[in-house]
Design a protein around this ligand. Structure first.
Ligand SMILES: [Zn+2]
Length: 343
């Protein structure tokens, strides 16, 4: 009878733990620590201290049973402690201080780099942490090595068809500039949309690569701007605007005017930016399915590469080059993917 009664007693002790977990997770969080250490020690002790008045003949069997009871009690106590610990861990985030506001937007908006930053594994564009090593830096980056639909690609042999019109619904917007350590990125306030094929994508951020990551029939460009959009299902659509040397561009200038002095420091621009002005006049484009061009190289990204390049001045390109002379992932295999292009 010892074991069942012991079990019953322990279950009664355990009861508040389960009910607390459901009803008062936050309020109980502070006392959870104390609870975790005290009762488990006492419970097995009470079993040991229980009076034993059996005859010598029964002693061995009783001792064995007591030992078993002690072991069971210890296991239950450990389980209780584990449950309380879980409860603590669940409750902890509630009392944690909020993430510093200037960090949050960049992580949230970047999308591209979010997961790799969380894993705290450094990656770069050259050397031991360069593109060929990305897949090995973290298991989350497996697609960088094994993906079959990776970006960028050399765009050629496109199927010329009448593509859906890109309906840009951009408006003058507030923006912030951040040096992520991999590029210069512009985070935009809400309200800029791209509607294509009946799907609505919101523009989150744009960033730059030098030289352009994508090539057109083998030809590279001075730089490229990637405008990263996301739909309500978190599917990504990236519009690439190729940048070639020519006249200075006012939008690029207003971004450069707000370059941060330090990495990961978000500079809030005082003037608005209208990214309609960064788009080429003609909206012809190439489109294919690809990936993020940075770790974790996630696939399922809809790419739309504008055919007509936009001009920036040599001085404007030189400013970016001082910060990032080369931040472009090498060309990836097309692997039989279909590329379509406007007629
Ligand atoms: Zn990019």
């Amino acid at each position: 009878m010892r074991l069942p009664s012991l079990l019953l007693a322990l279950l009664i002790v355990a009861q508040p733990v389960f009910s607390d977990t459901v009803t008062k997770p936050i309020k109980q969080a502070s006392s959870a620590k104390e609870e975790a250490s005290a009762p488990p020690k006492e419970e097995p002790k009470s079993v040991k201290d229980a009076p034993v008045k059996e005859s010598k003949a029964e002693a061995a069997a009783r001792k064995k049973e007591a030992q078993a009871a002690d072991e069971l009690a210890l296991k239950i106590a450990e389980r209780l402690a584990a449950i309380r610990k879980d409860k603590e861990e669940v409750a902890k985030p509630v009392v944690r201080p909020p993430i510093r506001p200037y960090v949050a937007p960049s992580k949230k908006v970047s999308g591209v780099d979010d997961k790799s930053k969380k894993t705290a594994k450094h990656w770069s564009y050259e050397g031991e942490e360069g593109p060929l090593a990305w897949g090995k830096l973290n298991p989350a980056n497996i697609k960088c090595d094994l993906g079959e639909r990776q970006s960028p690609i050399d765009i050629r042999d496109g199927i010329k068809v009448e593509l859906d019109t890109l309906n840009f619904d951009y408006k003058p917007s507030q923006f912030q500039v951040i040096d992520t350590g991999h590029t210069i990125q512009v985070n935009l306030s809400a309200g800029n949309y791209l509607n294509v094929s009946g799907k609505n994508f919101e523009l989150n951020q744009l960033h730059f690569h030098r030289p352009s990551e994508e090539r057109i029939n083998g030809k590279g460009f001075e730089m490229v701007a990637h405008l990263v959009h996301k739909d309500r299902d978190a599917k990504l659509a990236v519009v690439a605007v190729l940048l070639e040397l020519g006249d200075a561009h006012p939008v690029i200038q207003s971004i450069w005017n707000n370059l941060p002095l330090e990495k990961n420091e978000l500079v809030k621009a005082l003037k608005n930016i209208d990214l309609t002005q960064l788009l080429p006049k003609r909206h012809d484009y190439y489109t294919y399915m690809g990936s993020l061009t940075t770790p974790p190289c996630s696939e399922g990204v809809l790419w739309m590469v504008m055919k007509e390049p936009v001009q920036i001045s040599a001085d404007q390109a030189a400013i970016f080059a001082r910060l990032y002379p080369h931040n472009a992932r090498p060309i990836q295999k097309t692997s039989g993917r279909i590329i379509k292009e406007s007629l």
